[in-house]
Design a protein around this ligand. Structure first.
Ligand code: UD1
Ligand code: CA
Length: 453
């Protein structure tokens, strides 16, 4: 059976007050509409149609490269009209699942349940009981408790307004029925719109059973119309992720103070302190500890590593049992071998740091290789940029770089070599040599201190 997913995303979203189309606003760092597409993709072999209108170009650009069909709705004449725009591309005779691009967190399980209903020839409708149903379409049932219609808020009589069961807008419909009903819609209603919801009464008329199911939680069907609702849904989404991590054995000092904007995989006994942001693809080994206020984006952190407070890591690979921070900044291309130590106010970029090497304080190490066991003194700088080109610095195993050294790249420091503190190194230092490249100290005896004039 074919599944055609129709995602409605042509509305303006004016209450977001944004230059960005509403459905591109993120939840957990991912555009809302992408959540919808990703969840629908779990249904298996589907064809997806996105109905676009406002911000069509921007939206199409943002979703480029995915296997989607776009249907342009030049005028927003209602949800029924929107679905109709996708119909020419719906060739399957199976089920159409209708989703909203601004209702991001409907679960695949709920979607599947609706599809399963429609696969039997019925209409699967997702409804929800709301204590405050204002604004939503109301579900009208007959004396046998069968759904017979949906009436929109603006068209409802007082009796209908008192109904608390509301339409989420999400439904699954046999395609052949849908293509028959849509052309029969009329815009003769309070809003002058072609309401998709009018197909419910048509179904009832045609003797098609309407099976209403409810989502597991209200948030699953919550739409985002403004930034307050976006933030509310963001909190719920983060709570879900935090709980999933805890269930899987990760300790969180405060589940409300972790934000995941991407995916996290992890080993056993990971500990995460407060105010940590994990972005992109983050892979954590066993017994990794992340202290407070760290931002970690697209990183692999191997077992036993300890990331101390206020560190920022991006596209870095941290080897087993490494010690990073506090206040460290690992930039893209940083690779720490096992037991390396990066201390406070150290910035690294495109740097391979060997096993057990230490860069403990106040350094910039970029475009560099540091051998195993090397010790980089406080304030060491790799001068990798001459204003035009970037050059590399090679530091051999067990080398000792004295504090406040400038290594002017390209330059090589041999294995076991020592560089005296305060040196500006411009030439190769051979293995085991001592390099001293600084002004010689002169002591002047009998020197008179100046006196105040
Ligand atoms: C619709 C339902 C209502 C339901 C509510 C749930 C209809 C007539 N009413 O309300 O029963 O309780 O959703 O939120 O269906 N869209 C288009 N093109 C259009 C109109 C809408 O793409 O011409 C898209 C919007 O971008 C949005 C979705 O459809 O993603 C819903 O539109 P919205 O205007 O929010 O829904 P309502 O019609 O108010
Ligand atoms: Ca809405």
């Amino acid at each position: 059976m074919s599944i055609d997913v129709v995602v409605l995303a042509a509305g303006q979203g004016s209450r977001m007050k944004s230059a960005l189309p509403k459905v591109l606003h993120p939840i957990g760092g991912k555009p809302m509409v992408q959540h919808v597409l990703d969840r629908a993709a779990k249904l298996g072999d589907i064809k997806t149609h996105v109905v676009i209108g406002h911000g069509a170009q921007q939206l199409q650009g943002a979703l480029e490269g995915q296997s989607l069909t776009f249907a342009l709705q030049t005028e927003q004449l209602g949800t029924g009209h929107a679905v109709a725009q996708a119909m020419p591309a719906i060739t399957g005779s199976g089920v159409a699942l209708i989703l909203y691009g601004d209702v991001p967190l409907t679960s695949s399980v709920t979607m599947q349940a609706l599809v399963d209903i429609a696969a039997t020839g019925k209409l699967g409708l997702l409804t929800v009981q709301l204590s405050d149903p204002a604004g939503y379409g109301r579900i009208v049932r007959n004396d046998d408790y069968q759904v017979i219609a949906i009436v929109e808020q603006k068209d409802a009589n007082p009796e209908q307004l008192a109904i608390s069961e509301t339409n989420t807008g999400i439904m699954a419909v046999p395609c052949e029925r849908l293509s028959k009903w849509l052309p029969q819609l009329s815009a003769e209603n309070a809003q002058g719109e072609y309401y998709l919801t009018d197909i419910i009464a048509m179904a009832a008329q045609d003797g098609v059973e309407i099976a209403a199911i409810q989502p597991e939680s209200e948030e699953e069907v919550q739409g985002v119309n403004n930034r307050i609702q976006q933030a509310q849904l963001e909190r719920w989404y983060q709570r879900q992720q935090a709980e999933a991590l805890m269930v899987a054995g990760v300790s969180l000092a405060d589940p409300a103070r972790l934000d995941i904007r991407g995916t996290v995989s992890h080993g056993q006994d990971v500990m995460i302190d407060v105010n940590v942001v994990l972005e992109g693809k983050v892979i954590l080994g066993d017994q990794v500890t992340i202290e407070s206020n760290c931002v970690i984006r697209d990183c692999v952190i191997e077992s036993g590593a300890h990331i101390k407070a206020n560190s920022h890591l991006e596209q870095a690979h941290v080897g087993p049992a490494c010690d990073v921070g506090p206040f460290a900044r690992l930039r893209p291309g940083t690779e720490l071998a096992a037991q390396a130590k990066i201390g406070n106010f150290v910035e690294t970029k495109k740097a391979q740091i060997g096993v057990g090497a230490k860069i403990s304080h106040l350094s910039y190490i970029g475009d560099a290789q540091v051998g195993a066991g090397a010790n980089i003194g406080a304030g060491t700088i790799t001068c990798n940029y001459d204003g035009v080109n970037k050059s590399r610095t090679e530091i051999g195993a067990d080398a000792f770089i004295g504090s406040n050294t400038s290594l002017v790249a390209p330059v090589t420091i041999g294995k076991g070599a020592t560089v005296a503190a305060g040196s500006t190194v411009t030439k190769t230092v051979a293995d085991s040599e001592l390099a001293v490249a600084r002004g010689k100290q002169r002591n002047i005896s009998g020197w008179q201190k100046p006196v105040k004039r």
